[in-house]
Design a protein around this ligand. Structure first.
Ligand SMILES: C[C@@](CO)(OP(=O)(O)O)[C@H](O)COP(=O)(O)OP(=O)(O)OC[C@H]1O[C@@H](n2ccc(N)nc2=O)[C@H](O)[C@@H]1O
Ligand SMILES: Nc1ncnc2c1ncn2[C@@H]1O[C@H](COP(=O)(O)OP(=O)(O)O)[C@@H](O)[C@H]1O
Length: 294
């Protein structure tokens, strides 16, 4: 059997400005998004039917049936074609880093690759169709730095220096719809229309400091542990900026160098052995997200 390996990297919202709300209730975003070198791993092979096997440390409690976003995406782009998917779940579920959307995007890429349709036109069709599965899926199909507008369909590629980071999840799941519902302000200012060019990670971090995640106050109010994570990240040596990703509860700390980020992650792991902690360079993961036949 020929398997295709696909990487499903975590999505990180470096900023998340909520700028309005559509008549159907969906919120309008202006968000700067990058991808992490940590993620789920999928193996996909042709099969008589659609089926899924779950593995990995974060698989518990996930649906292994047709509700799983990986299977739903494979069904949508596969037009009746069967595949077997083995999903090794590494990313915490319902944690603001788009794990389900990344799995959906990765499964779709593998099915498109199997059909010889992993080209610009195939990806554009998949991007439009898979928005119905989740507002995060189109950006995850790219796995490259983007500025996201609309509800997640307005994708504008950006060039950013790689950002040394520590990701932390305190192992409390957060419901995205619940945080959207509890926002007190939905018409916040967008990011500056024109993005500057950044000489290095420090310049980008400095610019990000003046921007926001507008979901952070509501998420902290509903889940006070998020405030604790942010303050512990801020206190780590070399941490230049600590912020929540998406609707939480995962937060990230940004550092000037990977040496500082690695030391900070080690210190936090020692103090908080029960938290999910990862470190790496945030940015472009497209090369790792490309299917490899084998
Ligand atoms: C907040 C963000 C930021 O990237 O990330 P996460 O926290 O999920 O990682 C996303 O916009 C989340 O996208 P995603 O998780 O795909 O959301 P969906 O499944 O499409 O929507 C779940 C629910 O959230 C609300 N929703 C979602 C997206 C949006 N732009 N406005 C909304 O109001 C809707 O109530 C919707 O029914
Ligand atoms: N493959 C999958 N991985 C994660 N969650 C999934 C998956 N398939 C379906 N789901 C459901 O999608 C919801 C959101 O999960 P997830 O994408 O991890 O959230 P977030 O975008 O906040 O990180 C969860 O309630 C989960 O049960």
């Amino acid at each position: 059997m020929t398997w295709t390996d696909v990487f499903a990297p975590a999505k990180i919202n470096l900023t998340l400005h909520i700028t309005g709300q559509r008549d159907d209730g969906y919120h309008l975003l202006d968000s700067l998004v990058v991808f992490a070198p940590v993620g789920d791993a999928l193996r996909v092979a042709p099969a008589p039917e659609l089926c899924l096997r779950l593995e990995g440390p974060e698989a518990e409690g996930l649906p292994a049936n047709g509700d799983n976003l990986a299977l739903r995406a494979a069904a949508m782009v596969g037009e009746g074609q069967g595949v077997e998917i083995v999903l090794e779940k590494t990313l915490p579920v319902a944690s603001g880093i788009g794990g389900g959307s990344a799995d959906a995007a990765a499964a779709a890429r593998a099915v498109l690759a199997g059909a010889g349709a992993l080209d610009g036109a195939g990806l554009a069709r998949a991007e439009a169709a898979l928005l119905a599965l989740g507002a995060d899926v189109p950006m995850c199909l790219r796995s490259r730095p983007v500025r996201v507008r609309g509800i997640g369909e307005g994708l504008e590629p950006v060039t950013l220096p790689p950002l040394p980071a520590v990701l932390v999840n305190p192992r409390v799941p957060v419901s995205t719809p619940q945080i959207f519902r509890s926002l007190t302000s939905r018409d916040n200012p967008p990011m500056p229309e024109v993005m500057p060019e950044f000489a290095d990670a420090e310049a980008l971090i400095c610019w990000l400091t003046g921007l926001r995640n507008d979901m952070e106050p509501a998420a902290k109010a509903l889940e006070p542990m998020i405030g604790r994570v942010l303050s512990e990240l801020s206190e780590l040596q070399g941490c230049r900026l600590a912020r929540m990703s998406g609707s939480g509860a995962t937060c990230f700390g940004l550092f000037a160098t990977m040496a500082e980020a690695g030391a900070a992650a080690a210190a936090l792991r020692a103090a908080r052995p029960d938290w999910w902690i990862a470190e790496g360079l945030l940015g472009d993961q497209q090369a790792r997200a490309m299917p490899r036949q084998g």
